[in-house]
Write a protein that binds this ligand. Structure first.
Ligand code: ATP
Length: 367
């Protein structure tokens, strides 16, 4: 398999569109890296540069520590699957999977073994005699992946491979891709704009915005401790609530966070107090995930925020409450930060025993 190193990759297309701007990223041998970001952020361009289908304007692609700039996709031993990956209509599913082996001149007995292995991993063994038009969309995509993997590539690159499928099938195939890629141990880069796909599939997630790499880390880390406000706002449904807070240090006693007209206290015994102390008199941004908010039966001064429910949204298994706490909410877009009207989202039936106070402060992001 292969280790990928991207060194200061910039891509400017003719006409001046900057698709990638100084991207540095290391992908470990056998790792499943998900590239995520809004439409047009440069995900597909980066994938095509790794594949050797596109040349960077500047920067280097390394494979196993060697500069791969001069290598063709074939020499890089890359297999790619796209959103609309077409099968050869005049070949049965099995012949489609066998095709790359046949043109490589592999002997038929060895071919049979490889096809059985690939088809087994993708659950299409029973479908090998069918024509493409006799397969469902999900089955066709499985066969397409089988055809990509049968050559045992060093790199497996997928560009939104599930986006044409319905949500049930997507969840099913997602689990299968994850199992298959891990059992094969092939280094995989997976492009998506779907957060569920990213958070559930990835060993690590790389978040891009406007060609700039914003954060790289495990799903848990980028969700809980995002490196930038863009990442905080981009990941998570419902969106994180970002609130402006002012820090006040009361020596020998506590730290107070003023949020709108209300205050939250943090005792000195809390290790996070030391970090916050640096921001005395300054504004910071506090990020609150809806699932971290819980109603409190007996509020105590400095330990909770008071608010009124403005609106309830029912989502079947849970409800979302929009709570006005009279604070300034920060809205993030890639171009900067602008304040918006107050509204905080909270899950209505969150566990009342959770300490709202501690959960709030776990999610602090510096402006
Ligand atoms: P999507 O999720 O919509 O597929 P993406 O994140 O994959 O988007 P890219 O396709 O990599 O984004 O495009 C990044 C930027 O580069 C966009 O602004 C796009 O318009 C531009 N771009 C991509 N390919 C070309 C090209 N061949 N010529 C000029 N500009 C291009």
């Amino acid at each position: 398999m292969a280790r990928i190193g991207l060194r200061d990759i910039t891509k400017v297309f003719p006409g001046g569109a900057v698709a990638l701007d100084g991207v540095d990223l290391d992908i470990a041998d056998g790792e499943l890296m998900v590239l995520i970001g809004p439409s047009g952020c440069g995900k597909s361009t980066l994938l095509r540069i790794i594949a050797g289908l596109e040349t960077p304007t500047s920067g280097e692609v390394h494979l196993d520590g060697m500069d791969a700039g001069h290598l063709s996709p074939k020499e890089r031993q890359v297999a790619m699957v796209f959103q609309n990956f077409a099968l050869y209509p005049h070949m049965r599913a099995g012949e489609n999977i066998a095709f790359p082996l046949r043109i490589s001149g592999m002997d038929p007995a060895a071919q049979g073994e490889r096809i059985a292995e690939s088809a087994g991993a993708l659950g299409v063994r029973e479908l090998l005699n069918r024509w493409p038009h006799q397969l469902s969309g999900g089955q066709r995509q499985r066969v397409a992946m089988g055809r990509a993997l049968v050559r045992q590539p060093r790199l497996f690159l997928l560009d939104e491979p599930l986006s044409n499928l319905d949500s049930g099938l997507r969840a099913e195939l997602r689990a299968e891709i994850s199992g298959m890629v891990r059992s094969l141990g092939v280094t995989t880069v997976y492009v998506t704009h779907d957060q569920t796909e990213a958070l559930t599939l990835a060993d690590r997630i790389a978040v891009l915005s406007q060609g700039v790499l914003q954060d790289v880390g495990t799903a848990g880390r980028v969700y809980d401790k995002p490196a930038t406000m863009f990442v905080a706002a981009f990941l998570g449904t419902p969106r994180i609530t970002l609130l402006e807070a002012f820090v006040y240090v009361y020596l020998n006693s506590h730290i107070a966070l003023r949020i709108g007209e209300q205050q939250l206290y943090l005792p000195w015994s809390d290790p996070r107090a030391r970090e916050l102390a640096h921001y005395h008199g300054e504004a910071i941004v506090v990020g609150v995930r809806a699932e971290a908010v819980a109603p409190i039966a007996e509020p105590r001064r400095g330990q909770s925020l008071r608010g009124s429910i403005r609106h309830l949204e029912h989502h079947g298994h849970e409800s979302l409450a929009f709570i006005d706490i009279g604070a300034t909410e920060i809205d993030v877009d890639p171009d900067g930060v602008r304040p918006r009207a107050a509204a905080a989202a909270a899950r209505r039936h969150a566990r009342a025993s959770e300490s709202l106070f501690n959960r709030f402060l776990d999610k602090i992001t510096r402006t």
